[in-house]
Design a protein around this ligand. Structure first.
Ligand SMILES: [Fe+2]
Length: 341
């Protein structure tokens, strides 16, 4: 992945590329850091489960995460939601802790602590700790080599019942990359930390416009925080919760106009056509009806989702898929934007 002494950033899984995730791989000259190796598909939304087309894309992302795990030296867990970490009790669309490569056990793991976590979240942390033993470091507020980690900041608004997340700063040698996880731009505390870190590239979750309960004041906060970041950060990538609905696309477009520069979603940054498969769920079910009971069959390995993806591609219901690693390699030659700094 690294080209000479250049660092690279691969956005592995994210909503604008078809899955719920914020998984990124950063390759330095001598380190390969995998951040938030998990995914989900939105198990039930607006009365619908994921469509087989999305499931097929999810399979690809899952395989890519496992491949990157085989090459990784370090792994980071920003928090313990099921779209960010491998799980003991994964649903059929998530990444199972029981199916990870042997190499996972030897990785240097940098994790948010779990003192304030309760119930299921605490158990997920314990599962990871059991697997990784003393390879797992509680990392909040720590700096080790090129890696720095924030204190826990709110998952969304201050006091959110969704808990807190840990952000990661990577000094790539030629710049600074920040993975800000699920901050949703709804609290100034996280944004202040990011700005103090003086990043060149930031990827963060944008506001969850798909949730009807989002208040006007929260939206105003997100807008103000996004503008602050866009003014001070060379390359700002907002995705995850933001791109679970097409309203997110409109918000991003308006933000770019207001900021006077492009603010990217991950697909735009990776130069891949947008694949907002969760937002397109209705469209997919309409174009490709599914037989009753297919999910149960799929869970037992008796239902092939691949023909749905092939049909969707053949009929142009979704745009062509491009190998992201090739894009990154090509764009290193031609694109003046920093890649992982
Ligand atoms: Fe998330």
């Amino acid at each position: 992945m690294p080209d000479g002494n250049r660092s690279t950033l691969e956005i592995v899984g994210v909503e604008s590329l078809g899955v719920r995730s914020l998984c990124c791989a950063v390759a330095l000259e001598d380190r390969r850091i995998l951040i938030d190796p998990g995914l989900a598909l939105g198990y039930f939304r607006h009365g619908q489960h994921p469509h087989p087309v999305q499931v097929a894309i999810g399979e690809r992302v899952r395989r890519r995460i496992l491949t990157l795990m085989e090459q990784a030296t370090d792994v980071v867990f920003s928090h313990f939601h099921g779209d960010h970490v491998p799980l003991t009790h994964a649903n059929p669309f998530q990444l199972s802790l029981l199916k990870l490569p042997q190499r996972f056990h030897g990785l240097h793991a940098w994790s948010k602590g779990a003192d304030e976590e309760k119930g299921e979240m605490h158990r997920r942390f314990c599962d990871l700790q059991e697997l990784l033993g003393d390879k797992l470091t509680l990392s909040e507020g720590r700096s080790v080599g090129p890696l720095s980690f924030s204190q826990a900041v709110p998952h969304g608004r201050s006091g959110s019942k969704l808990g807190k997340v840990m952000m990661t700063r990577i000094n790539t040698g030629s710049g600074v990359f920040v993975h800000a996880s699920d901050i949703q731009l709804l609290n100034g505390e996280a944004v202040e930390v990011i700005l103090q870190w003086q990043p060149d590239i930031v990827i963060a979750a944008g506001p969850p416009l798909y949730l009807e309960r989002l208040e006007e004041s929260a939206l105003a906060d997100a807008w103000g925080n996004a503008l602050r970041l866009a003014e001070r950060v060379n390359t700002l990538i907002l995705d995850h919760h933001l791109m679970r609905s097409q309203a997110g696309e409109a918000w991003l477009r308006e933000l770019s106009q207001a900021a006077g520069r492009q603010v990217y979603c991950a697909a735009d940054f990776m130069k891949h056509p947008r694949l907002l498969l969760e937002a397109w769920r209705d469209r997919l079910y309409h174009a490709f009806p599914v037989p009753d009971g297919w999910m149960d069959e799929y869970a037992h390995g008796r239902f092939d989702v691949e023909p749905f993806l092939e049909s969707a591609l053949a009929r142009g219901v979704i745009p062509p898929l491009i190998d992201l690693r090739m894009i990154m390699k090509d764009s290193e030659e031609s694109d003046p934007r920093p890649r992982g700094a």
